[in-house]
Design a protein around this ligand. Structure first.
Ligand code: F6P
Length: 543
């Protein structure tokens, strides 16, 4: 059995240090160290990452780096990049980093040149995207494609929709994308309601091509298309392409493998945006922009692979998250993009972080005795300020928060962007430094209100800023969080690359489905709550 991380001297040293730091306040840490804001910051490709407003001292960072060494973080990083089967429960390599390696980079895994495979698919995607974007690829009736509907769920949806929204300003071929994920029939019905089948292309994305939601939506889409185009089944070939690892299932569904873009079992769903899963994004912004996105990812991959832990930005941020989770008792982590384009980024990160690190056994199957997996959540600023920031400022919980912002807006309208970003800077400062009782009283606040207006401060934030939200910067941001997740997983000694926990619900839904559709099927084998709920549902459904 592997050594449990909590039994190490490095862990104990951090626990003791946390006790010592209990009364420290960011006000004092900044007052005692005039350069703190510039010193506790790092450059990560085009990102400037300021972690000075975290509840740490230099000693904390030294102790966290020691913990990383004890957990063999560097060796684990090397093993991932080398294509070792670090996804032990599925016996797979974990090589999303190969998806963004430049052409010609050498990486042979299980006997295959994976970088050559990656670029062969990228080139096919680019050729297809160029044909669709130029109008050379037309639909069944000869009309050019105007709308792409991406059908997928989880990693086959959240990455594409997040990136499409983030890069909307880069759309340049008159192609609009929509995203259908939910098996709630409302989703596909609303998404197709005002579309013309003659100019619509469906991209069915599923790693396994066996996901209930995606197949049900794809079948529905096919029926809708054929109904709209006169029922000629040959129309499917002009209006459906697939992205999957499973060619046989794509064929069984009725999509020609010539219209399929593949990827590999060593790409986890939540890490798959830079694979063919990003096809809808490429169709919207073009192959060149998509390659810039990949180059952005790669720059951060290289930093993570080669930089010593003390200066390794994703590693440091991952270690800070461990610090808050395991030593300061935080349960959640807010991510607050000050960019409307990033409005789906928190949702995307929820799958990336929580499906990865929501685990409670170590790699060798031992139950952990410590917390893992932070609960990620968030909304774009400034909207969140008028909703939940109150709790972060004056509530009782510790909520570390990442603020993400940009100096140059895509739409420079009057002074709006400056007003927008003044909120970013004001919030991070207010959270850190608060407002003391003395300050509140000096403003003339009546004594009975004073305590209500005190802002305790000492709320940790990390500021991640870049000049502009470009495709490359988006790639950098995503890779940053991927490697934060990896670092946490390494310290917690868990497998961030499987997701057995979501299986049980899927199996049970398949078992229960016939009880819902088959009107009078016997419910007696069910627990009393589920039985009563289904009986009520059936009565109302068929009333
Ligand atoms: O339900 C979890 C999950 O397996 C995710 O990990 C994955 O991204 C999603 O379902 C969709 O899977 P697929 O791409 O195989 O349809």
């Amino acid at each position: 059995m592997a050594e449990e991380i909590t039994t190490t001297d490095e862990w104990r040293a951090l626990a003791a240090h946390a006790e010592k730091l209990r009364d420290a306040h960011l006000r004092d840490l900044f007052a005692a160290d005039p350069d703190r804001g510039e010193r506790l910051a790092g450059e990560l490709a085009d990102l400037h990452v300021d972690y000075s407003k975290n509840l740490v001292t230099d000693e904390t960072l030294t102790l966290l780096a020691a913990l990383a060494r004890r957990a063999r973080l560097t060796d684990r990083i090397a093993a991932m990049f080398a294509g070792e089967h670090i996804n032990t429960t599925e016996d797979r390599a974990v090589l999303h980093t190969a998806l963004r390696a430049p052409a010609g980079a050498a990486l042979t895994v299980d006997g295959r040149d994976v970088v050559a495979d990656v670029h062969a698919v990228l080139d096919r995607m680019a050729a297809f995207a160029d044909r669709v974007r130029s109008g050379e690829w037309v639909g069944h009736t000869g009309e050019r494609i105007r709308t792409v509907v991406n059908i997928g769920i989880g990693g086959s949806d959240l990455g594409p929709v997040m990136a499409y929204e983030a890069l909307k300003a880069y759309r340049d071929a008159g192609i609009t994308c929509r995203f259908v994920s939910n098996i709630d029939p409302t989703d596909i019905a609303e998404a197709t309601a005002d579309l013309d089948p003659a100019s619509t292309l469906f991209v069915v994305v599923s790693k396994t091509f066996s996901t209930q939601e995606t197949l049900a939506n794809a079948r529905q889409a096919r029926d809708w298309l054929l109904a709209g185009l006169g029922g000629d089944a040959s129309a499917v070939a002009r209006h459906f392409v697939a992205v999957s690892t499973n060619e046989q299932r794509v064929r069984d569904f009725g999509i020609d493998p010539a219209n399929m873009f593949g990827f590999w079992d060593w790409v986890g769903g939540r890490y798959s945006l830079p694979s063919a899963v990003g096809l809808s994004v490429m169709l919207a912004v073009g192959p060149a922009r998509f390659r810039e996105l990949l180059a952005g990812y790669h720059a951060v991959d290289e930093h993570f692979r080669t930089t010593p832990v003390e200066r390794n930005v994703p590693a440091l941020l991952g270690l800070l998250n461990v610090w808050y989770t395991n030593f300061l008792g935080a349960q959640t982590h807010a991510v607050l993009p000050y960019s409307q384009y990033l409005h789906r980024f928190p949702a995307y990160l929820q799958q990336l972080t929580m499906e990865s690190n929501g685990k409670s056994v170590t790699l060798d199957g031992t139950r952990v005795s410590y917390d893992t997996g932070e609960i990620f959540w968030g909304e774009p600023g400034t909207n969140g300020q008028h909703a939940f920031y109150q709790l972060i400022h004056q509530g009782t919980r510790l909520v570390p928060a990442d603020f993400i912002g940009f100096s140059r807006p895509r739409h420079d309208l009057g002074d709006m962007h400056d007003l927008f970003m003044s909120n970013f800077f004001a919030q991070t400062a207010a959270l850190a430094f608060g407002r003391t009782r003395e300050q509140v009283e000096a403003e003339g606040t009546p004594a009975e209100l004073a305590e209500h207006k005190v802002m305790p401060g000492n709320h940790p934030t990390t500021s991640i800023v870049a000049a502009e939200l470009t495709p490359a910067v988006l790639g950098q941001l995503i890779a940053l969080y991927e490697h934060i997740v990896f670092t946490e997983g390494a310290i917690w000694d868990i497998n961030p690359f499987d997701q057995w926990g979501v299986e049980l619900g899927k199996v049970m839904a398949n078992q229960l489905a016939p009880l819902l559709t088959g009107g009078d099927a016997d419910l007696s084998g069910l627990d009393s709550s589920t039985r009563a709920l289904i009986a009520r549902y059936r009565a109302q459904r068929h009333a």
